[in-house]
Design a protein around this ligand. Structure first.
Ligand SMILES: Nc1ncnc2c1ncn2[C@@H]1O[C@H](COP(=O)(O)OP(=O)(O)OP(=O)(O)O)[C@@H](O)[C@H]1O
Length: 285
């Protein structure tokens, strides 16, 4: 554990009733790192996030979050600078988005009303809208939940399926916002079923298998040529570890990292972000 460690989980175990959910889980997250967690339904992904957030406690092992030991009875003395979006965000329905976030910002009094407005703008919502949250669509609520979790520039953010319900624009804005804070040192844990999205975006991806965390096999890169040069930004927004290689016939060639995946799955990933491309080769081929 060093000064730049945000999360230090050692040999952690979690039982719920008589069921073992997690066993022998060790995880270290450093400043500015994006960690992806994948796994089948019911494998324990949300449980892991809840443990790190201090919403639930280990049955075995040790957990430090920003140097504070997380253990039963410490509610209220948890590290304050954690942003959390776990499950559906809940807001006061008869208030506007701005009113909701202003009220929440009052709890810690870390940011100004102007900061709240800017966070709402960053997710593509209008802070001055008179719409009450009850009139929001699912995607709008999700955008507001993202603004809430990021508005105070937390050191660590825990995201459970953050892009659920987001359209293409929402996802691009989300990744841009996340990437901006990452550069300032914010660390992230992403839980998602969109494996390719998470693999392209995160620095490291781990899978929960047989109750424990297993790193996904070493990164591979595929070489692609974009049909439209304007799409470079789109690829970088969801796969920031990609690199621009060269131009061929005026069209950019990029290397995009994937940990695994069939050709069809990778095609679907690019379809989802609406990028037309031609496959050149995989670097491991
Ligand atoms: N209160 C509880 N008591 C007993 N078992 C529980 C309880 N809550 C959850 N579980 C069990 O814990 C396991 C892990 O649940 P969790 O929600 O962490 O999985 P997940 O990987 O996030 O699933 P999903 O992909 O469906 O969101 C599941 O098998 C679930 O049945």
């Amino acid at each position: 554990m060093t000064e730049s460690t945000l999360v230090d989980m050692k040999k952690a175990g979690k039982k719920l009733g008589n069921n073992i959910i997690l066993e022998n889980v060790s995880l270290e997250i450093k400043k500015g790192e994006t960690i992806g967690i994948v796994g089948t339904n019911g494998s324990g992904k949300t449980t892991l996030l809840r443990l790190i957030a201090g919403l639930s406690y280990l049955s075995e092992g040790e957990l430090k979050v920003m140097d504070k030991q997380v253990k039963p009875g410490m509610m209220g003395s948890l590290p304050e600078n954690i942003g959390v979006l776990i499950e559906t965000p809940s807001f006061i329905n008869h208030e506007t988005g701005l009113e909701n976030l202003n009220n929440l910002a009052q709890i810690r009094k870390k940011i100004s009303k102007q900061d709240v407005k800017e966070a709402i703008q960053k997710v593509g919502l209008d802070p001055m809208s008179k719409k009450k949250v009850k009139q929001y669509s699912l995607g709008m609520k999700q955008r507001l939940g993202i603004a809430q979790s990021l508005m105070e520039t937390p050191s660590l953010v825990l995201f459970d399926e953050p892009t659920n319900g987001l359209d293409q624009e929402g996802r691009e804005l989300f990744y841009k916002y996340v990437q901006g804070l990452k550069k300032q040192g914010t660390g992230y844990v992403f839980v998602s079923h969109h494996e390719h999205e998470i693999e392209a975006f995160c620095d490291r991806v781990l899978r929960i298998e047989n109750h424990t965390l297993v790193p996904l096999e070493k990164e591979k890169k595929i070489s692609i040529q974009l049909m439209d040069s304007a799409d470079v930004g789109k690829v970088l927004s969801v796969a920031p570890n990609s690199t621009m290689e060269k131009q061929e016939d005026g069209k950019p060639v990029m290397l995009v990292p994937f940990t695994k995946g069939t050709d069809e799955e990778i095609d679907n990933f690019f379809k989802e972000i609406a990028v037309e491309y031609k496959r050149l080769k995989r670097d491991h081929e």
